[in-house]
Design a protein around this ligand. Structure first.
Ligand SMILES: C[S@@+](CC[C@H](N)C(=O)[O-])C[C@H]1O[C@@H](n2cnc3c(N)ncnc32)[C@H](O)[C@@H]1O
Length: 216
């Protein structure tokens, strides 16, 4: 996933969802310990909500937002902020020069081969740099379990095997052990957000913009 333009910025940030989706980015950013990064990259920047947080914290840094959805990049570019927006797949992205902060909120679970990916990203950091990643781990929630149940039906099975959201995500200890073997220190933790959703079929309203994309 990631290639193609099925992402809809308006659906993604609809109503109260915008705040709920940005909250983990804020919490992650608060944990990043870097005073004056020169270069900051936001992988899977979406409509720019997470990238604007980065620019807000480090206004003097050269900030780049990367996304494979042209709709998302177009929306992000409309912010008018002094940010370099690039339409590129994370799997293909390479740092021209070492990066001080690589930030990825709610995006790397769309990208396969986490052993290779995380090793490559850590290798793109400048000395003292930070790789900060947040991925959801709610793939057993009723909404996602139901998607998986239906996708496993014989008529869909072959087409969707291994392509559902979360298929790339490993247990937290996997990331701890992988990154501990590289240079630097590692901090892995889990946070559970309880969200009060309102309206008719609130659970269903949340998934079209994200978890349903691979099966739509
Ligand atoms: C859930 S949104 C996250 C947006 C934003 N970072 C945030 O904090 O809300 C995931 C974004 O990752 C992008 N994405 C998914 N797979 C990607 C890939 N392989 N390469 C680049 N961007 C990707 C999608 O286009 C989407 O904009």
């Amino acid at each position: 996933m990631g290639k193609g333009n099925r992402w809809d910025p308006a659906q993604y940030m609809k109503g109260a969802m915008g705040d709920l989706r940005t909250r983990p980015a804020m919490d992650l950013l608060n944990r990043v310990d870097h005073d004056r990064p020169a270069r900051v990259v936001d992988l899977g920047c979406g409509p720019g909500n997470s990238t604007l947080l980065l620019k807000g914290r480090w206004p003097d840094a050269a900030v780049t937002g990367i996304d494979s959805s042209s709709a998302m990049i177009e929306k992000a570019g409309g912010s008018g902020a002094d940010i370099d927006w690039q339409l590129i797949d994370i799997s293909d992205w390479q740092a021209a020069t070492p990066v001080d902060v690589i930030f990825a909120n709610a995006s790397l679970h769309w990208v396969p081969d986490h052993a290779g990916l995380f090793t490559r990203l850590a290798g793109a950091l400048a000395a003292g740099g930070v790789l900060a990643v947040q991925m959801p781990n709610n793939f057993a929630a009723p909404s996602h379990a139901l998607i998986g149940e239906i996708a496993a039906r014989p008529e869909f099975g072959a087409q969707l095997a291994g392509k559902l959201l979360g298929d790339a995500v490993q247990a937290p200890v996997f990331y701890h052990d992988l990154l501990r073997g590289l240079d630097g220190s590692v901090d892995v933790w889990e946070t559970e957000y309880l969200q009060s959703l309102t309206g008719e079929h609130p659970g269903l309203q949340r998934v079209p913009g994200t978890a349903l994309l691979p099966v739509q």
